[in-house]
Design a protein around this ligand. Sequence first.
Ligand code: ZN
Length: 424
Amino acid sequence: MRHLRTVFIAFFAFVFVLTASNLTDVLANALYDGTVYTSKRIPYVIKSQSSFLYGIKAELIVQETEAYLAALHHPVFNSTLDEYVQGAIEEVLNRVEVEALQHYKGLPQSRLMLYGDYELFSYSEDIISIKFDITISGSLPTRRHIVTLTLDMVGETLLLTDNLFANHFIDLNHYVFTPEHLVCYTLAENGYDVNEEKIKLSELVGMVNFRVLNRAPAPRSTSNSPKIALTFDDGPHPEYTQHILKELKKRNAVGTFFVLGERVQTEPRIVRRMVKEGHEIGNHTWNHPNLRLLSAIEVAEQLSRTTAAIKEVTGVNPRVMRPPFGFYGEHVKEASELPIILWSIDPKDWDNQDPEFIVENIVGKARNGDIILLHDIYSSTAQAVGPLVDKLTAKGFEFVTVSELLGLYDYPASALTGKVLNKK
Ligand code: ZN
């Protein structure tokens, strides 16, 4: 590509700072000429960045050759994701250049003008889609290109259509994900109008590979053995939780820890260890209030504060919550963005602080799909975990996280919001 001049211009709020003075006039036209090169959508983009994708910077790339002039906004992540964005931009510019050279007749009027803006969408905090909307005009009828990318912000990878959709689903090229929809774009025959089709994600279970969008860990087991989920509430405890983690690791078993935000703050290393060793972290509120006695706003605050603490310490967002004492009401269901996980076996380890009793009580009842309620703040529970895992293993059980047991990774997160679940 002939880069006669490439200028990067960061834009601050709505103000463009143009650094190449001889380009100013051309650009002013390109950016502000009423009909084709409208800049009206720019404030919208800035707004979406600061609202739910705070911190993603935008840049304007301006490229001028004898055959075309391009001005294209794009996001900057300051990570390897920028390579995917740059790749998409290069592809567009290459295509435009080929076209431009075919139509260029040596006169400035026959130059092609390209103006591109973008919008950001997010399926979750971790997965975002970029939609480039590119208008090309000049000597040819004005037309558009839509280019979309879906990126995993945590894994810093581009998510490919082949991996996002089940085989032979639809011939999709241009789409973005929002928390509740797949939005597909197709260009009308006139080459300019863009048709937008919104499909509810909840209708696409089995067709969209939600495990990819949910950043699910590789499944631990693909066997048909009965599965069980051990859950540990109220920790992390500086001593007992570590002991439990050691016992689980020895036996290659995983569990789900419903942690308290205030304890995450004091024991961040233990929570990081949980994630590192393959356990799931659930939200058990900040400081264990009875949520029935709180307002919806207070419930939401208990949960969001804890989620933020978990995210800060581990880099992972919890996907499940458990209300203290199992107490919830309609306002909790409405306030919780996460599914509400109860249990199916309660050995009352807080009351019966006898390891042997706890083990026998659970082993006698355990069936495929059970969720076991335990508390990692008692010495007796910590002592029970090793023998418990041994006995259940001997009976053929495999240990999985709650999200894996209940198949939550196969659904869009928005479809699980406020759902109460207690057994597979
Ligand atoms: Zn609790």
